[in-house]
Design a protein around this ligand. Structure first.
Ligand code: AMP
Length: 209
């Protein structure tokens, strides 16, 4: 089974991808993780990735593909964060035929609320949310007591620009998979477990066909 999961920033696709990988014994492949590993190990590709990653920009298609290609197994995987452009979708198509593309639908308003309310501990990195997971003492970390900060790319203005880029890049990808009749939409605004059961339902149905 070869799957890909899509969704706007903050849609919880990483969380779902891990759960799906566990349930169906798939390899979870996150291009974000591959890119960060290359940067951390200072590989030749990592040096190229760094300047894009630091600015929150998409890495050019050919380079992401070069990093992804050796890790793509012949069977059984779930892609998380790839393809992110129509060019990448076409490149992937030359290597593997996806069985399902799962799209987590989350409105822009919900994304804005989820991301702009996120706060991170300046010391230990623990993540809070002013509405959904508030700390016991406002502005301070429950775990270590240090002050909470907002990441630069979590501010409303930047989230809005990330969202507009996301929509323009994702639309043609969705059309591509819609044409292949393998695109499934799931309401991503429900709880983690509800989203997971909806996704499992689609996958199990597709297996039993
Ligand atoms: P993520 O962890 O998926 O949010 O990815 C983090 C960063 O890695 C992104 O902001 C991009 O700079 C880069 N990245 C991850 N996946 C891709 C991709 N498929 N194409 C281009 N850049 C990517």
């Amino acid at each position: 089974m070869k799957l890909a999961i899509f969704g706007p920033p903050g849609s919880g696709k990483g969380t779902q991808a891990k759960k799906i990988a566990g349930r169906f014994s798939l390899r979870h492949i996150s291009t974000g993780d591959i890119i960060r590993e290359n940067i951390a190990s200072n590989t030749k590709l990592g040096k190229k990735f760094k300047e894009y990653n630091d600015k929150g920009l998409l890495v050019p298609d050919e380079w992401v593909f070069e990093a992804l290609r050796p890790t793509l197994p012949k069977e059984k995987f779930i892609l998380d964060g790839f393809p992110r452009t129509i060019g990448q979708a076409r490149m992937l198509d030359t290597l593997a035929t996806l069985d399902m593309a799962i799209m987590l639908k989350v409105s822009d308003e919900e994304v804005l609320e989820r991301i702009s309310g996120r706060r991170v501990c300046s010391s230990c990195g623990k993540i809070f949310h002013i509405k959904f997971r508030p700390p016991e003492k406002q502005g301070f970390c429950d775990a270590c007591g240090s002050s909470l900060v907002q990441r630069k790319d979590d501010t409303e203005e930047i989230v809005k620009s990330r969202l507009s880029e996301y929509h323009s890049q994702t639309k043609p990808i969705l059309e591509f998979y819609e044409d292949k009749k393998i695109l499934y939409y799931v309401d991503g605004e429900k709880s983690i477990e509800e989203v997971f059961s909806a996704v499992c339902f689609f996958i199990e149905n597709s297996i039993s066909k």
